[in-house]
Design a protein around this ligand. Structure first.
Ligand code: XMP
Length: 536
C-alpha cells in the first residue's frame, strides 16, 4: 500500500480576477487538419471480428510489438481533447462527484491533461466557481485589471480594496481620458503618509509598459531586465488592456510548467459538464463567463434528441467554445453528433467500473470495438475521440489509443487520490475514499442533474432505476504519482510498437485477440506478491 497522506485541498490563492475572455478567446488553433487512421491491419482485424460477430473489451486484446527505434522517454504524448483544445498528456478526469472538482482539475491540467468538473453541485453557480478557481490558479495575465483614476484618494482606494476584498495592491492609475499615467504599488500604499492624497501624488511614475500581443515569455524577459514586478499592457492610445504580475508569470515559466496544459492567456485549461433540457443553456452561460475551455454534454445516451437540441443551442450561443458530446458506442451515433457540430466525441456506454448499464438495460458495445467503430466513422472529420470508462491498467490506455482514441477519461484510476473530493474512510484498518457511479441510487436521489444524465429527470425518488453502484477504493496518494505511472505505461507501449507520437500509435497499432489462457499469462502468475508495485 502507498503511504497515507492526509487529504488536503490545495490552498488556491484567491486573487481578484477578471474574465480573461478577451485573450482567452484566442484559443490555440493549431492542427486544423483531419485525423486519418491509415491502418489497414487494424481495419482488417476489426472487420474479421465483426464478421465473427465479436465485439471486444480491453481484456480481449493486446497490441503487437514491432520494430522500434523509439525509447519511452522520447515519445510525444501530445494529443487533442476536442477540435481546438490540445492536451500534453492524453488523460482526462471524469465528470464525477467523487473525482473532479477544481483541485483535481488543477492537478490534471498541471500534468498536461484536463479535468471535467462534474455538475452535481447545489447550484450551477457553484460549478462555475470551481471552473474559475482553475482559471485563477495561474493568473499569468490579468486581462481586465482594476484601474483607479488619478484624482481618487488613497483613502477611497483603500476602502474599495476592503469592500471588494482585493488581495492585490497594484493598480494602474488613469487620467480622466482613460490613459495610463502611473502605477500604485504595495510600496506606494505602505509609504504613503497622507491618505487624503490623490493617486497621482502617491503613485510610481517611472513604469514600463508593453504593447498588446506581448507574450508570457516576452513579459518574463522584460520584467527581469527592467527589474519590475508589474507590467501593464497598453494599446496605441495608452489605454490599459492587460497586466502581467511577475510572481504569476514566474510560476508559469518555471517548475514543470512546460508540460502544463494552458490556454493562450497562460491559464490552466478546464472542462465542465452540462446536461440537456431547459437548464443547460443557463449553466453553459455561467461556465462560459468563467472562461471554461470545453463544455462537455455529459449524458448516458449521446445519440438522443435532447442532446442534439442542446448541442445546437450551445454551439449557437458559444461558437468559440468547443463542445464534447457523449456518450455513444456506435459509429453511426458518433457520425450523427459530428455532423450536428460536436467538437469531440466521448465513447463508452456501460464500460465504467461503477456502471451497471449493460446489466440493467442490456445495451452497450464492449469498449475496444466501440472506440474503433466510433473513431473509424469520424476519421475524416478532424474531431477526436475520448475513450471513457473501463480502463483498469495503464496498458489499456495504449490499447484505447491504438484502437483510435485520442484521449482517455479515467474515473476509477483517479478515485482515491488526494485530489478527489470526499473524506477518507477506514475499513478493516485500510484507508479508502468513496467512488460511486453518477447513476447510482445515492447520487440520483441527491441530484436532479444525475437523474437528467439517465433520462429520469422528473421521476420520483422511489421510482428511480439506477445504472451504477456506490463503493470505495483504496487511497492512492497524490494524483501526480498515479498519472506518472499511467502515462509511463503508455510511453512503454509506444516504445514496443515503435510509435513516436499518438498519431503514429494509431497508424501502427495491430491487435491480437487473446484467449483466457493468454489473459491469465498476461498477469503475474505462480507467485505470491509480497510488495505492491506502483502500477499494478
Ligand atoms: P471508470 O471505469 O474509469 O469509468 O471508473 C468512469 C466512467 O463511467 C461513466 N459513469 C457511469 N456509467 N453508470 C454508468 O453506466 C454510472 O453510474 C456511471 N457513473 C459514471 C462515466 O462515463 C465515467 O467517466
Amino acid at each position: 500500500m502507498r503511504p497515507f497522506v492526509a487529504v488536503a485541498r490545495s490552498g488556491m490563492k484567491k486573487r481578484f480576477f477578471h474574465s480573461p475572455r478577451l485573450l482567452g478567446n484566442k484559443r490555440n488553433n493549431q492542427k486544423k487538419g483531419r485525423f486519418r487512421m491509415k491502418n489497414l491491419a487494424l481495419d482488417a482485424f476489426f472487420q474479421k471480428m465483426e464478421a465473427d460477430g465479436m465485439a471486444l473489451a480491453f481484456k480481449d486484446v493486446r497490441l503487437k510489438s514491432g520494430y522500434s527505434q523509439v525509447l519511452p522517454p522520447e515519445v510525444s504524448v501530445r494529443t487533442q481533447f476536442s477540435r481546438k483544445v490540445t492536451l500534453n498528456s492524453p488523460v482526462v478526469s471524469a465528470a464525477m462527484d467523487t473525482v473532479t472538482e477544481s483541485t483535481m482539475a488543477i492537478a490534471m491540467a498541471k500534468a498536461g491533461g484536463i479535468g471535467v468538473i462534474h455538475r452535481k453541485f447545489a447550484t450551477p453557480a457553484q460549478q462555475a466557481e470551481e471552473v474559475e478557481r482553475v482559471k485563477l490558479y495561474l493568473n499569468a495575465i490579468i486581462s481586465k485589471p482594476i484601474c483607479v483614476y488619478e484624482d481618487d484618494t488613497i483613502e477611497t482606494i483603500e476602502s474599495l480594496r476592503e469592500e471588494k476584498m482585493y488581495s492585490f495592491q497594484s493598480f494602474p492609475v488613469l487620467n480622466r481620458q482613460g490613459r495610463l499615467i502611473g502605477l500604485l504599488t504595495r510600496n506606494d500604499f505602505d509609504l504613503c503618509q497622507n491618505v487624503c492624497l490623490p493617486a497621482r501624488e502617491a503613485m510610481t511614475q517611472k513604469l514600463i509598459t508593453a504593447p498588446v500581443g506581448t507574450t508570457l515569455v516576452q513579459a518574463y524577459a522584460l520584467m527581469i531586465k527592467e527589474k519590475k514586478k508589474v507590467l501593464p499592457i497598453t494599446d496605441t492610445e495608452g489605454k490599459v488592456t492587460g497586466m502581467y504580475i511577475f510572481s504569476d508569470v514566474k510560476r508559469v515559466m518555471e517548475g514543470n510548467s512546460q508540460s502544463y496544459n494552458i490556454d493562450s492567456a497562460g491559464h490552466l485549461r478546464v472542462a465542465a459538464a452540462i446536461g440537456t433540457g431547459d437548464s443547460a443553456l443557463g449553466r453553459a452561460t455561467l461556465l462560459a463567463n468563467a472562461s471554461v475551455d470545453v463544455i462537455v454534454i455529459d449524458t448516458a445516451h449521446g445519440d438522443s434528441k435532447p442532446v442534439f437540441e442542446t448541442l445546437k443551442e450551445i454551439k449557437r450561443a458559444f461558437p468559440d467554445i468547443d463542445v464534447v458530446v457523449g456518450n455513444v458506442s456506435e459509429g453511426a451515433s458518433a457520425k450523427r453528433l459530428v455532423d450536428a457540430g460536436a467538437d469531440g466525441i466521448k465513447v463508452g456506454q456501460g464500460s465504467g467500473s461503477i456502471c451497471t448499464t449493460r446489466m440493467v438495460a442490456g445495451i452497450g458495445c464492449p469498449q475496444v470495438t466501440a472506440i474503433y467503430n466510433c473513431a473509424k466513422a469520424i476519421q475524416d472529420s478532424g474531431v477526436p475521440v475520448c475513450a471513457d470508462g473501463g480502463i483498469e491498467y495503464s496498458g489499456d490506455i495504449t490499447v484505447a489509443i491504438g484502437a483510435g482514441a485520442h484521449s482517455v477519461m479515467l474515473g476509477n484510476l483517479l478515485a482515491g487520490t488526494e485530489e478527489t473530493p470526499g473524506e477518507i474512510i477506514t475499513i478493516d484498518d485500510m484507508r479508502y475514499k468513496h467512488y460511486r457511479g453518477m447513476g447510482s441510487l445515492g447520487v440520483m436521489i441527491e441530484s436532479r442533474e444525475s437523474r437528467n444524465r439517465y433520462g429520469q429527470t422528473n421521476l420520483g425518488k422511489d421510482k428511480l432505476v439506477p445504472e451504477g453502484v456506490e463503493g470505495a477504493v483504496p487511497c492512492k496518494g497524490p494524483v501526480e504519482k498515479s498519472l506518472y505511472q499511467y502515462v509511463g505505461g503508455l510511453r512503454s507501449g509506444m516504445g514496443y510498437v515503435g510509435a513516436r507520437t499518438i498519431e503514429e500509435l494509431q497508424e501502427k497499432a495491430d491487435f491480437y485477440r487473446i484467449s483466457s489462457a493468454g489473459l491469465a499469462e498476461s498477469h503475474p502468475h505462480n507467485i505470491r506478491i509480497v510488495k505492491d508495485a506502483p502500477n499494478y
